[in-house]
Design a protein around this ligand. Structure first.
Ligand code: X2X
Length: 357
């Protein structure tokens, strides 16, 4: 009898403490007037639109309690796009919608997405992100102190240049390309016989203008926004690397948010991520993404069809056949040998399993 009463008393006390904790926890939570968000590109890119959408949805879903301000063009990092992971992990920036490439020198497993000619289709991207490999990558990513909330997408990266159409690895010889400051890209281009220079996006367009480089590689949204046809006549759709985006938040900050605020922020990230992905994939996955934009997000006006636009501006577009892509993949085999141990063999193998499902 006595024992039972003690158990009951302890349980009641526990419930009281939990309730008090919740009440005081909530009362103690005072949001900052404004939270910062890192975004490498400007507001006109699909990625920038997605970041703004997240901020807007957070404001809406928290009844105006949480205000996030996107800082476009890496303005909080003086343009140094590959510094974002550190800045968000140490809390000097609160929120982030960023490219996995720009964090891949720190979180090595993210280089999986840049293994040349490895993933190749949206189906495969989705399977990896929601599969075993994706979860392993998220775990690695979170170790440094950033909470992962959702995937978005910059897109499959295509190559453009001002000199000639690229159809075979031999066509790359001697061309000089701007790439992101991420070592695997230097290795890929060198392996293909080209010259590669790392440069921040903030400086890249000036480099195209001045002809400091012959070419670059980026997804369609980026290419349309900067009107790449003004600098480069040739584009090859080679889908060699995918650039997923991550919606994230400093982990200590995340822990301080009450549960209802956490839920609002997470739901908003997932919704903005889905919207942003649909923008990034529009016209590239049949009508799937266009339908999502129209039916789910009620977007009244369809986005611009990017490749038709590029052709109308005088660009020559080359779509590689499967065999042509295989020749590039074969040529970059040493990149696999070098990078799989860095990415993690188990993650690489999990990705292959995920893609089979
Ligand atoms: O710098 C690039 O090429 C960009 C805009 O795609 C990224 O931020 C990875």
């Amino acid at each position: 009898m006595k024992g039972k009463r003690i158990v009951q008393a302890v349980m009641i006390l526990a419930v009281l403490l939990m309730t008090a904790g919740q009440v005081f926890g909530q009362a103690a939570f005072k949001p900052k007037a404004e939270y910062t968000m890192q975004v490498n590109v400007g507001p006109a890119y699909d990625w920038g639109v997605g970041a703004q959408k997240w901020a807007d949805l957070v404001k809406e879903k928290t009844g105006g309690k949480i205000i996030i301000k996107p800082y476009f063009g890496s303005s909080l990092l003086a343009g140094k796009q590959t510094n974002w992971y550190q800045a968000v992990a140490d809390g000097s920036i609160d929120f982030v919608v960023e490219s996995t490439i720009n964090a891949s020198s720190v979180v090595k497993s993210l280089n999986l997405f840049s293994l040349p000619f490895f993933i190749g289709s949206y189906d495969n991207v989705d399977k990896i992100e929601s599969g075993k490999a994706g979860q392993m990558i998220i775990n690695e990513f979170e170790k440094g102190g950033i909470k992962f909330l959702a995937w978005g997408e910059n897109g499959f990266r295509q190559v453009t240049n001002s000199k000639r159409p690229i159809k075979t690895p031999q066509d790359m010889a001697g061309l000089k390309f701007r790439v992101v400051g991420s070592p695997i890209f230097i290795d890929i281009f060198k392996q293909l016989g080209a010259d590669a220079v790392s440069m921040n996006w903030a400086d890249a367009v000036t480099a195209f203008q001045q002809g400091v480089v012959d070419g670059q590689e980026n997804p369609k949204s980026v290419l349309t926004v900067v009107k790449i046809w003004e600098y480069h006549k040739y584009m090859t759709n080679w889908y060699y690397a995918i650039d997923p985006l991550i919606f994230g938040v400093n982990a200590d900050l995340w822990k301080k948010f009450p549960a209802d605020i956490q839920k609002a922020i997470l739901d908003a990230a997932v919704e903005a991520g889905e919207y942003e992905k649909a923008l990034a994939r529009a016209y590239l996955d049949g009508t799937k993404s266009l339908d999502i934009l129209k039916n789910k997000f009620k977007v009244a006006e369809a986005p611009i069809e990017p490749f038709g636009l590029a052709v109308s501006k005088g660009m020559v577009i080359t779509d590689l056949t499967k065999e042509q892509m295989q020749a590039f993949k074969d040529a970059t085999k040493p990149v696999y040998d070098k990078w799989i141990p860095t990415i993690g063999k188990t993650i690489y193998e999990a990705a292959i399993e995920d893609m089979k499902k």
